[in-house]
Design a protein. Structure first.
Length: 329
């Protein structure tokens, strides 16, 4: 498998955790590894970590070696470094790395993308209109129904809405959104995770899942009618607090939340070191660690690479499952 890693925000821990992941996979020699990053940043991190894998620095992926014993560093130039701070420059580099990764997969030089964390502030400073990876890759691939999906050994979760203010969530949730997102989630569980008959739990939007309309009517008017029409794979809506408090998630293949923190808080409590963010519904495979740039520890060599290693492993698994699914259809 050909794995393409991006540097994320180069002032955060992205370059460090990628280098650690490269060292991990390099010893196994199972995959061809690519990493796109400014040359000076890569060398600094390589030396800081006392890495010992063999590498080459090239300007384009077309110039790289196919030898799995050599990690190909796709050079993004020489970058001004401001360790621990999101900057306009770091935002531009992060975007450049993501575009390089997309082109690599589109032109069949790589099989999957593993993205290091970006800074939304740096993106904004650089004039990038997308709030995150999910929205950017959805736009690049012209995918209307991409879903932010989270995976760990303990739980799989997905979101109906992504990076929008909480006050806008209730206005965004409707039957059409539910259908689009749930269809994508079902297809993802079947194709990417090889679960033929997935069991999905839908969380309510309001406290106590609306209490039969007393605490909000989204469940009564939208969620319950939709669930009743899709009982073959969907149950709910469940009150989120009791659902997680009673560990009901263990009975399902995936849990769908209405908004960001409803899912991310329990997910990170359960799986902070091995959690993976996966963009479901894309024609390409893209995963990332489920944590941020950690500017506070950047440049110190102490960042934990567990999540990005799990992200790379999941990307490989999804690629293999898609190959098998395609062969069976």
């Amino acid at each position: 498998m050909r794995l393409f890693f991006t540097c994320g925000d180069c002032n955060g821990i992205g370059p460090e955790i990628v280098c650690k992941a490269l060292s991990y996979f390099y010893g196994k020699k199972k995959h061809k590894l690519y990493f796109t990053v400014p040359q000076n940043i890569f060398i600094t991190v390589y030396e800081l970590l006392k890495s010992d894998f063999e590498y080459e620095i090239v300007n384009t992926i077309e110039d790289s070696s196919l030898d799995r014993n050599i990690i190909s560093i796709i050079n993004l130039g020489i970058a001004k470094v401001s360790i621990g701070k999101p900057t306009k420059i770091s935002g531009k580099i992060a975007l450049k790395a993501l575009l390089a990764s997309f082109n690599a997969v589109q032109n069949n030089f790589a099989d999957c993308i593993i993205t290091a964390p970006i800074s939304k502030e740096a993106f904004h400073n650089a004039g990038v209109d997308f709030p995150g990876h999910t929205e950017l890759f959805a736009s690049l691939t012209k995918t209307e129904n991409a879903v932010m999906f989270f995976h760990s050994a303990k739980i799989k979760c997905a979101l109906l809405t992504i990076h929008i203010p909480l006050k806008n969530v209730s206005f965004s949730v409707n039957k059409n959104l539910l259908k689009k997102k749930i269809d994508t989630i079902v297809q993802t569980l079947q194709k990417d995770f090889a679960i033929k008959k997935p069991r999905i739990a839908l969380l309510g939007l309001n406290p106590h899942a609306g209490e039969n309309g007393l605490l909000g009517d989204e469940e009564k008017n939208i969620f319950i009618p939709f669930v009743n029409e899709h009982r073959e794979f969907l149950q709910g809506p469940f009150p989120a607090d009791a659902f997680f408090g009673m560990h009901a998630y263990k009975q399902f293949d995936a849990v769908v939340g209405a908004f960001h923190d409803q899912v991310l808080i329990p997910f990170k409590m359960l799986s902070f070191s091995d959690g993976v963010n996966f963009t479901a519904g894309l024609p390409i495979v893209r995963t990332s660690p489920d944590h941020g740039t950690a500017f506070d520890i950047a440049g110190k060599g102490v960042a934990d690479p567990s999540s990005i290693i799990h992200a790379a492993k999941l990307a490989v698994t999804i690629c293999k499952n898609r190959m098998k699914h395609g062969a069976n259809n």
